[in-house]
Design a protein. Structure first.
Length: 344
């Protein structure tokens, strides 16, 4: 009960911050603001409309009514009111941010980016604007641009670490693995030897094809108390290195520590792959993909099983899917494997 109360209070606080962000006159149309905080969007809309009859040239009231429409998913009404606010006061950066958020909700990311850019032009030292635009680039798969925006956000933000963690992941997704490793090491030095950071480094080295370094950091992550899943990933690296006994050792340790259900399937799938039971490996990865369809690694490994069965067409389809979900996964470096020789 207490946690529910806290959650409700937090929702109201977030709503209040959203409502008053950049607001020039917090007392204007107090009734409408109270309705807004309570989530009574229709009542808030009508209250702001009433205030606009008295103050028809007040940009902030158009903004507030537009936000009420936005909350009710009446996007065209919201856009119309925010545009009117801009017409009255074109220098308020928050109005452009409002439009960016509305167009983002509509799924029009290109337009959303345009309005974030306009907001930045009005207020170039606001780190939030760069971070929000970066997240849109991230959704669009423009990881390098996202990393660039996060770098700009870092220039103006006092709080650095959350932005650096995001930038590290953008570097990795953009294939900028050296930059990602450098960022991760610096974060590691700041936070101390944490399991998560060792795990991040392990994956980055794995994606670079530096298996010895990947094994080292997976081992450190395990020693730091990381998840049993780490045995799966270290075992997978051993498998790629041709170290079958070490790979099987990790499978056995992982099985002992894993919970029931899907986590067990990780190790069953890898075991089948190591033992060259490729038909069973495909079945295990089928189950994993059915339950975790956006994990590119499973498509890659099922493709590996198909390759070893001589089913090159199925292998290539799975590898393309793997590449779609994670363009850094080592689809091409392992023992020279690429599209030109997958039939070998």
């Amino acid at each position: 009960m207490l946690s529910c109360c806290k959650e409700e209070k937090m929702k109201k606080l977030v709503c209040l911050i959203f409502l008053l962000s950049g607001c020039a006159s917090p007392e204007l149309c107090r009734e409408g603001r109270i309705y807004f905080m309570e989530g009574k969007w229709e009542d808030a809309y009508h209250a702001f409309s009433t205030c606009l009859e008295k103050y028809p040239e007040n940009a902030e009231l158009y903004r507030l009514r537009g936000l009420a429409s936005f909350r009710m998913e009446r996007y065209e009404d919201a856009v119309r009111d925010i545009e009117k606010a801009i017409e009255i006061n074109p220098d308020r950066s928050i109005y452009y941010v409002d439009l960016a958020k509305i167009y983002h909700a509509k799924g029009e990311r290109e337009v959303c980016l345009q309005y974030y850019t306009k907001a930045i032009e009005k207020e170039p030292q606001n780190h939030d604007f760069y971070e929000w635009r970066a997240m849109v680039y991230f959704e669009m798969g423009e990881y390098r641009k996202a990393a660039e925006d996060l770098t700009l956000a870092l220039r103006y933000s006092v709080v650095k670490m959350p932005l650096r963690c995001k930038r590290m992941r953008m570097y990795a997704l953009a294939g900028m693995l050296d930059e990602a490793i450098k960022e991760t090491r610096e974060l590691w030095e700041f936070f101390g030897e944490k399991a998560q950071l060792h795990g991040e480094l392990a994956f980055l080295y794995f994606w670079k094809g530096e298996c010895d370094s990947a094994v080292f950091h997976f081992t450190r992550a395990i020693e730091e108390g990381g998840s049993p899943d780490l045995y799966f990933w270290r075992g997978l690296v051993y498998y790629f290195m041709g170290e079958t006994e070490n790979a099987l050792g990790d499978v056995n340790q992982g099985r002992e520590k894993a919970g029931s259900g899907i986590q067990k399937t990780f190790f069953n799938a890898l075991y089948a792959l190591i033992k060259k039971d490729h038909v069973q490996a495909v079945k295990e990865f089928d189950y994993l993909i059915e339950n975790m369809p956006s994990v590119g690694d499973f498509y890659y490994l099922r493709g590996e099983a198909y390759r070893l069965m001589g089913k090159s067409e199925e292998a290539e389809k799975d590898w393309e899917k793997a590449h779609f979900f994670n363009n850094n996964y080592p689809l091409r470096w392992r023992k020279g494997l690429d599209k030109e020789n997958i039939k070998e």
